[in-house]
Design a protein around this ligand. Sequence first.
Ligand SMILES: [Zn+2]
Ligand SMILES: [Zn+2]
Length: 327
Amino acid sequence: MRWSEAVGLKPESVRDDQVSIEWKLYELRGRFYRGRPKDGSIRLADLPPFLAELVADHLRAASGRRCTCTGTEAPWCEGGRYAFVGPEGGHFRRSAYGARFLRPAADGWYPAREKRSAAPVLTDAAFPFPGRPVPPWPAAIPGEPFAPPSGRGVIRLASDARIGRCPCCGRTSRRRLDGALVSHNAAGGQCQGSGQPPAEDAAPTSWLPVLARLTPHGLRHGHQTWMEEAGISDLLRSERMGHEVPGMRGIYGHVSPAMRADLKAMLQERWETSLRERGYRLARSFQPSTLCWPPSASPPPRSAPTWLPESDTTKGGDLDGILFARC
Ligand SMILES: [Zn+2]
Ligand SMILES: [Zn+2]
């Protein structure tokens, strides 16, 4: 899907194993308006089983999310339900989404902002792969000594006589006279780390780039390549990408159910292979930690609760067995 098609997707356009791509949401001077894709772009796109499940889960979790637009006349968005809208009801803006989510996730670096220079994504490796993001430090300069920043307002990753890091929720808390952590809350109740000795100091690690400079549009190119590699027919490829093919109107009738099944099987296989590879790497690189999550209590934080899009924190499937097997 194109960016504008994804942000314009309505929940009711998602049907079991297909999405109906029939609207786009465009950004213009801070406001959003809806428009129809060109004729050749209005289409049904097949979802492989894993994706159908992820999208259904997402829609269940985010059901009822409405945007906060208050346009009063078409085509300005008048407010409504969308499949992908921020927790506060804002539509995702391409530039902000890139800076906050895609750049750190793909590059392993937060881009430079007005007063802040670019900084590597830093995670606490005591949490399951890929670690829990913690506030970034400035990058070290090769050959120069490096001291972690400290001072007011800087979140500490190491304990001292006064404060310590909770072994359960990972946040810093004050210490009692006996050195244990004061009582504090986490996830709506008293944190199990209350009254416990602090955890060992955090082990900051940084993320390697997943695919530096990846853009949403780059994902479309990658998808196209996968289909070419798998020998998916020109017709189905063009239909899926929303490319208008001259002289081939009404191509839906020419794409057979068997061709669609092949496409879905190929995408499912790619997904499962990537999970296996990730699991294999995890099993060999996961660091022993002092954490032990009670299985019935609140689930441990997944990959990145704060800065990554939800899509990365959803289902791990078999992965969970690997991630938390050490407890
Ligand atoms: Zn809106
Ligand atoms: Zn805690």
